[in-house]
Design a protein around this ligand. Structure first.
Ligand code: BYC
Ligand code: FE
Ligand code: FE
Length: 479
């Protein structure tokens, strides 16, 4: 059923009204969710009308409509991509068997754990971004921030639906806990590292949506392959929304770069490393952007878990979490005898070793992710090159600044040099943002809230959103 029922409290295309127990459980969770949104979602602006997109169907093409909505009135719904008839489990030891419509008993714990980890990241990101509305560089950007926020909250609904429907009382308890853990909280933090970091400024936001939402895409792509069909369908629809989040990040950085380069050219500054001269012009200098990028990229690499992982091997063998674009990979999808080339550090140097592919599922996804990120950085560098400024951004080495995985104990420079502790202490500030860098970025964060105006440090977008021009009043600030 492709149409979404909006007549009910919880819009859905899962025939919620025919499952009264589930409907009641979700309706009980609903006010707790709203309370969470109001307490820990965007600060203020909750009574302003925002030009938001809302999903109205799950078919490709016309799946969304745009219109003014107050955020607490947003229709958070439960939306599954259409079922694929006779879908088979595409990988693991059950390859070729019919996809499961119910949770197989032996994989209950495994699936629940994945749903909880996925579900935990969604509200975490909203919490991380909650103050940004106050420093929005334009109404266009403010609207994009709130769009990302309401959709991440919908992704929370997506996981809560699966927990409630398939995991009974355990699932309901987990759904409550998803509203209890809080990003950055000392006692009850969010589960994964990157989701406890702060997102205090818009450079952080655009890098987060470029890199960390892109991890979201990779993980959802793997879960979309799942033999547990409701999970697959849920994730397939979430991916439809995810594209916009990454667009916001990638285009946001592009606009920052364009503005910095334009201002440098206008002022006749040709040395991009002259941070003082560039900062005097109220734009973000390129080396600071590189250091911030080093941080966000490396913290996000940790989200892939250990390169060698029995958790990931078990999830693959069980048919629960596949590889990126699993169905397009030309192998037997079981990985019983296959090897995979893995970068390791041994005997004082990096070397690529063949390891059993089944153990290297996380490493492979990391490779796919890094390839995707390379394309993004290439696009950003085109913006710099167009301005004839002699500077190129680059992704740091995958072993740089890691807390998780086989490189966690090493001191590695962005170029891949391995240093002892003393040498590292002397140079590491060159690679990661300093307190001054962060202070400078924060000093630029002044709201620019009249329609069509943009903060000093960012260029206007090429196009508006939802068929409107860039100077449209995307958030009605006065009503
Ligand atoms: N921080 O075998 P290992 C998104 C734990 S983003 C803290 O190495 P595994 C979004 C791990 O939990 C996508 N702990 O790794 C983006 C395990 O603990 P237990 C989110 C970590 O399990 C922006 C232990 O270390 N979705 O959607 O293969 C905005 C050993 O684990 C970390 C998913 O991640 C860490 N960084 O892989 C909004 C998909 N890394 O179980 C949203 C679901 C590992 O021994 N999650 N650990 O207590 C998974 O597939 C896996 O849990 C992970 C970890 C890929 C995260
Ligand atoms: Fe999400
Ligand atoms: Fe996202």
């Amino acid at each position: 059923m492709a149409t979404v029922n909006y007549d009910t409290l919880i819009p859905n295309n899962v025939n919620l009204s025919t499952d009264l127990r589930l409907q009641r459980a979700l309706e009980k969770w609903h006010p707790k969710f709203l309370n969470w949104w109001l307490q820990r979602g965007p600060t203020d602006f909750q009574t302003n009308e925002v030009y938001l997109r809302t999903a109205i169907g799950v078919d490709r093409g016309n799946w969304a409509k745009f219109g003014f909505v107050r955020m607490p009135d947003y229709r958070w719904g439960i939306l599954l991509a259409p079922a694929v008839e006779n879908r088979k489990i595409p990988f693991g030891e059950h390859t070729g068997e019919p996809a499961w419509q119910e949770v197989p008993g032996e994989y209950r714990g495994l699936i629940r754990r994945l749903l909880v980890v996925q579900g935990d990241t969604e509200p975490a990101s909203v919490e991380q971004q909650r103050f940004l509305g106050h420093t929005a560089p334009s109404l266009y950007d403010m609207r994009n921030l709130f769009q990302v926020n309401v959709e991440e909250a919908r992704h929370l609904w997506a996981m809560v639906y699966l927990l409630h429907k398939y995991f009974g009382r355990d699932g309901r308890e987990e759904a409550e806990m998803l509203l209890e853990r809080t990003s950055g909280d000392e006692d009850k933090p969010r589960i994964l590292g990157a989701f406890n970091e702060e997102t205090p400024d818009w450079l952080s936001f655009f890098l987060f949506t470029s890199f960390t939402d892109r991890d979201g895409k990779m993980q959802l792509e793997c879960l979309a392959q799942s033999g547990f069909d409701p999970l697959s369908r849920t994730c397939r629809f979430m991916l439809t929304e995810e594209g916009h989040h990454m667009f916001v990040g990638k285009s946001g950085i592009e606009r920052i770069l364009a503005r910095t380069c334009q201002v440098m050219n206008d002022a006749g500054i040709s040395d991009p490393t002259d941070e003082g001269a560039v900062r005097a012009l109220d734009v973000m200098d390129l080396p600071t952007i590189q250091r911030k990028m080093n941080f966000h990229f490396s913290v996000t690499l940790d989200l892939f878990g250990s390169e060698i992982s029995t958790n990931a091997a078990n999830a693959f063998t069980a048919g629960i979490k596949g590889r990126f674009h699993e169905v397009d990979i030309a192998d037997d999808h079981r990985l019983l005898n296959d090897n995979y080339p893995l970068l390791q550090y041994e005997n004082g140097r990096f070397a690529v070793n063949q390891v059993p592919a089944i153990n290297a599922i996380n490493a492979r996804l990391l490779d796919d992710y890094i390839d995707d990120c390379e394309n993004v950085v290439t696009a950003w560098n085109k913006t710099i090159a167009k301005s004839n400024i002699d500077f190129a951004l680059s992704l740091p080495h995958r072993a740089f600044n890691r807390q998780i995985g086989s490189f966690a104990d090493l001191n590695v420079t962005p170029a891949g040099g391995v240093l002892n502790d003393a040498d590292w202490a002397a140079v590491k500030h060159q690679f990661l943002p300093s307190r001054e860098d962060l202070g400078y970025i924060l000093s630029l964060m002044k709201a620019s809230l009249s329609a069509g105006s943009y903060a000093s440090w960012i260029a206007p977008p090429k196009n508006g959103v939802g068929g409107k021009p860039g100077n449209f009043e995307y958030v009605r600030i006065t009503c």
